[in-house]
Ligand binder design. Structure first.
Ligand code: FAD
Length: 553
């Protein structure tokens, strides 16, 4: 059997190596148009600033090593320019020599990835981007040149506040160069809810990254990015990081079916509309488990997984891809944000019923040194309790909590498994330096359970003004000193310890209580409920409200 793979990085190389392990006799050829195979694209932003100083560390394999260990023929600077499905051949152009030739296949695998979205504005030719090692070399050289010139007005503008834009910004700031990120929407990292990324926004600004929200580039001059409102952003160098699009020209020209998202359509065995052609990775659309709709999730974990699955299917194994939830994490300046599944904005957009909780526990036992707040938001189905998504942020422990919820959601996808209540009972590894006997995940279960079964009616930060306008009284149940240090304007302060004695001041027919993170608000809610009040606890307390309102400012 002769297998040709187009694209020699995450999906393509996973398919190639796995296929060799399953079939010692298959003839496997990988064509890669860049100068390297199997490179670590996720490490590129850290290479440009020397956080990863060894270039070789990014090159996980070379064509020689692939031949020696796996007997895989990997050809770099070799672009597949067309597919002749009737004759089962591909045309390949050697980009070094310009020579073209044909090669034939029994099975073809497409893993051509995604290309940076280029804004259609005058001057965009000057913008750089990060997709492969050669791009990273160019970016690094340009930044070093800027760094070494001593040029007084050196500056970088980045178009887009997605993952790559923010990673680039952090690394360029490490070099001491002023950076401005220009973002079209009203918050960074569009797949998150605004209050969950506001702390990262603040952290970026604290470290000297300027962020222009609700701003659009109109054109680029030799020295500036000019916004549509006429403002000029200093930009000795410009980077485009405004998202990626599936790189599927080759597949489209070959008449393969594209999906509704513009990504390549595949079945649950990663088979395209041609039974002898498979595809994996960023070029391909995924089946979203929660919405049931096709979606684009350009992430390395799915590219690797689906590449491996393609090899299994070609080798005759009966395996199928699971629907995807989408799990991702980003860190910058010591602060992390992570998400799995649906955000609240996405749930609203998809018309999916949901209940929300916010919590702000410690990453590990507060009495052990180095504990930090880890803020979490969890969405669940108000009728079944099924977990729909989670977001987390903080300096420590974000990855662990997002991964636990992602696992719980995977179980849900496959077996109809975990609900918000189940989080209460998870037995998670605990010693003081790692977690708490009641871990953040268990606390999400407790808080979620109280909301799910109606013990604690809640209100979200963005619903508070409407509640006030409808006549609700808002009471801060924290201490007087906490209230003095900052509170929601126009709110009465009755510390929870005094609440039973000051009931006369409470408007029992409609009252909202809040504390710092929601726990004392829960106690106050129970006290007032027992007195017959119609009471709601402000979910996530002052911390969530502050982040949310700040994100709208
Ligand atoms: P790729 O790994 O991009 O490989 C596609 C390859 O196909 C390319 O090398 C391209 O040159 C080649 N190719 C395209 N067309 C042809 C052709 N016609 N002929 C021959 N070769 C062709 N994901 C995460 O989950 N976490 C991260 O932290 C993360 N960070 C990232 C940082 C950066 C800077 C970038 C660029 C991506 C990052 N990603 C991250 C995304 C992740 O790298 C991708 O999801 C993953 O690599 C996709 O795998 P793929 O095989 O589909 O495409």
């Amino acid at each position: 059997m002769k297998v040709i793979i187009v694209g020699g990085v995450a999906g393509g190389m996973s398919a190639a190596a796995r296929l060799r392990r399953l079939d010692e006799n298959a003839e496997i050829t990988v064509y890669e148009m860049s100068e390297h195979v199997s490179y670590a694209n996720c490490g590129l932003p850290y290479f440009v600033s020397d956080v990863i100083s060894k270039r070789d560390a990014l090159l996980l394999q070379t064509p020689t090593a692939l031949w020696n260990r796996f007997r895989i023929t990997a050809k770099v600077q070799s672009k597949v320019t067309s597919i002749d499905r009737a004759n089962k051949t591909v045309t390949v152009q050697n980009l070094a020599t310009g020579e073209t030739f044909e090669d034939n296949y029994d099975k073809l695998v497409i893993s051509t990835g995604a290309r940076p979205r280029k804004l259609d504005i005058p001057g965009i030719e000057r913008a750089m981007w990060l997709r492969n090692v050669t791009d990273a070399d160019d970016v690094k050289a340009a930044l070093n040149a800027l760094d070494q010139t001593g040029f007084p007005n050196k500056s970088v503008a980045i178009l887009g506040a997605g993952f790559i834009g923010i990673e680039l910004a952090e690394n360029i700031r490490h070099m001491g160069i002023p950076v401005t990120i220009i973002q079209r929407s009203n918050s960074i990292l569009g797949q998150f809810d605004p209050e969950m990324v506001q702390p990262l926004h603040d952290r970026l600004e604290k470290h000297g990254v300027s962020i222009e929200l609700n701003s659009q580039a109109d054109h680029i001059t030799d020295t500036h990015v000019v916004l549509t409102d006429g403002r000029k952003i200093d930009a000795t160098l410009v980077f485009t990081a405004a998202g990626v699009d599936p790189d599927n020209n080759l597949a489209r020209d070959a008449g393969l079916k594209l999906g509704v998202t513009g990504g390549l359509w595949v079945d649950d065995q990663q088979r395209t509309s041609d039974p002898d052609i498979f595809a994996a990775g960023d070029a391909v659309e995924k089946n979203g488990v929660l919405t049931g709709e096709q979606t684009l999730i350009p992430l390395a974990n799915l590219a690797n997984r689906h590449g491996r699955l393609v090899a299994d299917v070609i080798a005759g194994r009966e395996v199928r891809a699971h629907a995807a939830v989408g799990t991702v994490i980003l860190g910058a300046f010591g602060f992390a944000v992570g998400i799995t599944g649906l955000s609240e904005c996405a749930a609203i957009k998809a018309g999916i019923k949901h209940q929300v909780i916010h919590i702000h526990p410690n990453s590990h036992a507060g009495y052990y040194p180095g504990a930090h707040r880890v803020s979490m938001k969890v969405l669940f189905d108000p009728e079944t309790g099924q977990i729909l998504g989670a977001q987390a942020n903080g300096e420590d422990g974000v990855d662990k909590r997002i991964d636990v919820i992602a696992t719980a959601m995977h179980a849900t996808a496959k077996h109809g498994g975990l609900t918000i209540d189940d989080l209460m009972d998870l037995e998670l590894a605990y010693a003081p330096q790692f977690g708490s006997a009641k871990d953040a995940i268990n606390i999400a279960g407790y808080v979620g359970n109280n909301v799910f079964n109606g013990t604690t009616p809640t209100l979200q930060w963005h619903q508070l003004e409407a509640a006030r306008a409808a006549g609700a009284q808002v009471i801060d149940v924290r201490s007087g000193s906490e209230h003095g240090n900052g509170h929601i304007p126009g709110t009465l302060n009755i510390p929870v310890e005094e609440l039973r004695d000051r009931l006369a001041e409470v408007q029992l027919e409609d009252v909202v209580v809040y504390c710092q993170v929601g726990q004392r608000g829960h106690i106050a809610t129970q006290i007032l409920k027992a007195k017959g009040a119609k009471v709601r606890n402000l979910d996530g307390g002052y911390v969530t409200w502050s982040a949310g309102t700040h994100s709208q400012a």
